[in-house]
Design a protein around this ligand. Structure first.
Ligand code: UT7
Length: 328
């Protein structure tokens, strides 16, 4: 049995912030941010909006488009590194309850910006093993609540949003199917993108732990170099494994972290940059939500028809990396 993406949906918060507004908060400029990243805007969650609140409308849209009701979902997967609660319960349980899904397994997938790719592979394996018929996978993030708004090296890069897909069984002769993913991890780079305090390694001590240590910290250059090389290697290995040339690919849907990373990877490998779908100008880096938000935009823009060959590719904290190969 094969698995396929049956539908997609997305939701971003209403509040939209331009780079010029950020320049009033930290020492930066529209010129610097756009020229170094390709970002113009990001959408930001309201004070009372958490990851599950963004996930629910995205999930509803995907379920409606698939014609699947809450009682038909057997597994809820939420890819997030900005969960509603610290560690427990999982955001997937909150989403399951809010959607009125009666009796499904629910769990979070934590692979940071590679979370949607890991989640899609988890969904594929459940479906192809016959262990689930309708898997709801949501990538949802509110990085605005974990970035340090005094650190211009990180706060300008991220945005909030959610994207969702329903994964279902596909007939062997159907044009749509997901092929096995490539997933990887390089834990030696854990401290290049992380929140150093607040977990069980370095506990939060009231009055002692500086607030900045509870927020996201990043060694931008290290992550940049890792990202460019893993984007190239992941796509190459996925194609080689399936005896495919880059020319066969209709769209690469990369994690939207920095347009320069995408351009540098395409240039290094000699691949047509136009085949890489990029929408970072509007949303900035929404981590595990960036790929499903892009897929939703592509779907609504008429770029996806059955049988189109797509490669997703991502990288992020962990350090993690990976890619899915699928026929839409
Ligand atoms: O999902 C994965 C998440 N992370 C990533 O993908 C990030 C990967 N890394 C990157 O995308 C890039 O490294 C950045 C966009 C984060 C930074 O670009 P860069 O070209 O590597 O800049 P840099 O860190 O080498 O900094 C160059 C200069 C520095 O000034 P000095 O020391 O040369 O005087 C920074 O202080 O740019 C300065 N700078 C800024 N200036 C204005 C850093 N951030 C800003 C800013 N506005 N927002």
């Amino acid at each position: 049995m094969n698995a396929r993406i049956a539908s997609v949906g997305a939701h971003v918060p209403a509040r939209r912030m331009h780079n010029n507004e950020l320049a009033q908060i930290v020492d930066t400029s529209d010129e610097w941010i756009y020229s170094h990243t390709g970002i113009h805007y990001r959408h930001l969650a309201a004070e009372d909006e958490a990851a599950s609140d963004l996930a629910v409308p995205a999930a509803r849209q995907a379920m409606e488009r698939a014609g699947v009701g809450p009682e038909e979902i057997d597994l809820v997967l939420v890819a997030t590194s900005t969960p509603d609660y610290v560690g427990l319960p999982s955001t997937a349980c909150v989403v399951q309850d809010k959607l009125g899904i009666p009796a499904a397994g629910a769990m979070d997938v934590m692979a940071a910006c590679t979370g949607f790719i890991y989640g899609l592979e988890t969904a594929r394996t459940y479906v192809t093993a016959g262990a689930a018929r309708n898997v709801l996978l949501v990538g949802t993030e509110v990085y605005s609540k974990i970035v340090n708004w005094e650190d211009r090296r990180t706060c300008v890069l991220f945005g909030d949003g959610a994207g969702a897909v329903v994964v279902q069984p596909a007939a062997d002769d159907a044009p749509s199917r997901i092929l096995p993913a490539l997933l990887g991890s390089r834990g030696s780079g854990a401290d290049s993108l992380y929140r150093s305090h607040g977990g069980t390694r370095n506990q939060y001590v009231p009055g002692q732990t500086p607030e900045a240590d509870l927020k996201l910290k990043m060694d931008g250059r290290r992550v940049y170099n890792f990202a460019v090389s893993t984007v190239v290697e992941t796509i190459r290995r996925l194609l080689e494994r399936n005896d495919l040339e880059f020319d066969a690919v209709d769209w690469v849907v990369p994690h939207q972290a920095n347009e320069r990373i995408i351009a540098a990877a395409a240039k290094r490998a000699g691949w047509d940059r136009e085949r890489f779908y990029v929408n970072i100008a509007e949303y900035a880096n929404t981590s595990a939500a960036s790929i499903p938000i892009a897929l939703n935009e592509m779907f609504e823009g008429g770029h996806l028809s059955p049988g189109r060959l797509l490669v997703t590719v991502g990288f992020g904290s962990g350090l993690t990396y990976g890619g899915n190969l699928l026929y839409w």
